[in-house]
Design a protein around this ligand. Structure first.
Ligand code: PGA
Length: 255
């Protein structure tokens, strides 16, 4: 699979909406894409039943790093493992900025993901103010370094990093492919020790107002292997169309 495209449903969809969506969506076959669907916690169990035995993988949108304990309202790696979850979104900007998650929290979550053999989808990205102040590189590198602190390449089998400029999320103002590639190159350079270790399968996604009309621009760049999609993943038919558009763009590139 040359592409990895993940649906981040955020705080949308009840159990019955989840089942309806996935019943429809699993009728599609994709040849080049690992699709990951990340419903809210309350719908994970239902999603797991529908997705069992299909090619679509299940992801969670967050995870506490403790195995169990007195953490009211939190969900542990053990609980997610039990549901067949394989991917976990960690450090999404809405959690960083609306729930005050720190790089240190995110690092604990990444370490727990490694311990429980989930593939972390580690989200990084600068705010609009940080970009305007010329701090994009500094912010992204700090998020990567602190998020992956003490993570050993020989333990990390799979890593997805989603570059999601905060100003592009849910705004309709997607980053230009050129800007996305520039940061993707920076991320790849920083993660060279993992990539070159031969042990970590690394993939990079762009996220932020991705839709079926712009996805091709990102995935036709060799530095970008897919997308983390919010709004445009909420309807089964249009999400499937977005994935097809990505596969066509990769085809066009002779991949
Ligand atoms: P968006 O969200 O596609 O709606 O911009 C992306 C995300 O938050 O991951």
């Amino acid at each position: 699979m040359s592409l990895i495209i993940a649906a981040n449903w955020k705080m949308y969809k009840t159990v019955s909406e989840t089942k309806d969506y996935l019943d429809k969506f699993t009728g599609n076959t994709f040849n080049k894409t690992q699709v990951v669907v990340c419903p809210p916690f309350t719908a994970l169990s239902a999603a797991s039943e529908v997705l069992c035995g299909t090619q679509t993988a299940l992801g969670a949108q967050n995870m506490n790093w403790h195995t169990e304990g007195a953490y009211t309202g939190e969900v542990s790696p053990l609980m997610l493992k039990d549901l067949g979850v394989r991917y976990v979104i960690i450090g999404h900007s809405e959690r960083r900025h609306k729930m005050n998650e720190t790089n240190a929290d995110i690092n604990q979550k990444v370490l727990a993901a490694v311990e429980y053999s989930f593939t972390p989808i580690l989200c990084v990205g600068e705010t609009g103010d940080e970009r305007e102040a010329g701090r994009t590189k500094e912010v992204v590198l700090e998020q990567l370094r602190e998020g992956l602190k003490d993570v050993a390449a020989d333990k990390l089998k799979n890593l997805v990093v989603a570059y999601e400029p905060v100003w592009a999320i849910g705004t309709g103002l997607a980053a230009s492919a050129q800007d996305a590639v520039e940061v993707a190159q920076l991320i790849r350079e920083e993660l060279k020790p993992f990539i070159d270790s031969g042990n970590t399968k690394f993939r990079l996604q762009y996220g932020g107002s991705v839709n079926k009309d712009n996805i091709g621009e990102y995935v036709s760049a060799p530095e970008i292997n897919g997308a983390l999609v919010g709004g445009a993943s909420l309807q089964a038919d249009s999400f499937a169309a977005l994935i097809r558009a990505a596969e066509e763009a990769v085809n066009d590139e002779g991949d």
